[in-house]
Design a protein around this ligand. Sequence first.
Ligand SMILES: Nc1ncnc2c1ncn2[C@@H]1O[C@H](COP(=O)(O)OP(=O)(O)OP(=O)(O)O)[C@@H](O)[C@H]1O
Length: 342
Amino acid sequence: MIEIKNISKTFYHKKQAFKALENVSLNVQQADIVGIIGLSGAGKSTLIRSVNLLEKPDEGQIIVNGTNLTALSAKQLAKERKRIGMIFQHFNLLSSRTVFDNIALPLELDHVSKSEIREKVNRLLEIVGLQEKAHEYPKNLSGGQKQRVAIARALANDPHLLLCDEATSALDPSTTQAILQLLRDINQRLGITILLITHEMEVLKAICNHVAVIDKGKLVLKGTLDDIISNKEHPVIKQFITSGTMTIPSGLSSRLQNEPEEGLFPIIEVELNGNISFEKLLTVVQQDYNISYRLLKAEVEYFGGANFGKVLLHLQGSTEENKGIFQFLNQKNIQNIIKGYA
Ligand SMILES: Nc1ncnc2c1ncn2[C@@H]1O[C@H](COP(=O)(O)OP(=O)(O)OP(=O)(O)O)[C@@H](O)[C@H]1O
């Protein structure tokens, strides 16, 4: 179990003080997977780096399995740190070392015998599915393979905790899913607790049992994904669940006008926020208001019993008819923006 107790951290830059963490407390149970979310600059990396004291908090305590890391000598801390693995967005592999030697590095530093290293690294290669790549160099690997090497290296010292700082942000969606599957397997097979930072809803949905929300250096919410989603009016959560950008298809965007004109129709972006389902929205437009439309794009997710996401519609009704729809959306508190007319 990890107890983060009342930690604070202030950075000083050009004589300016900046409070990156303020009195943050968070308990994480053994074998839990906790996702940390928040806007850019909220303090997520500072928090996760505080757990293994890569960033030393000014105040507060980090207690991992009963040991208060903040009270240890440098030597004792180095020993405890070995049981905390960490992986990063850009993998941080040594380019001059093969896959095998990258994974072996923490064991070499620990003066483990050559035969033990061979046995252990081969086992780790098997866990991450990279036996065939043992003698390749990182430059010959895909992003997903590099992250697998980084995960194997992080597991070399049998950690009880794995910290993941945006570990899948540099990967494409299918590789992301494969890496998440691997992290889930590791969590289940080895009972390793995982603390991860993410800006992707997919990651939370795929593997996290709990979510912690950081805002301006403070922990503002912690709960299950459903608990978090039910706070959908919170600005951080709102942005998180509707963060996709809607691009207008190029054929239309090239002739998009800012002002209405005879013969042009509005393109509207509607934010589904749990107040209306995707199907209901389309039914209202077509049947209740009798307006035809073209569905240009939909990024819709279903969780916590409701739809979230964004929809881009090119309405085809008259100005009067379209007005009815805007009134309906506004009455229902459903955010909508006219992106232009085409
Ligand atoms: N070493 C440092 N010196 C000065 N300021 C820092 C330092 N590290 C972080 N900060 C500041 O502390 C704040 C929190 O940074 P942090 O990297 O923890 O945010 P984050 O939530 O991880 O952001 P992002 O999602 O953009 O990575 C930011 O305003 C950042 O500029």
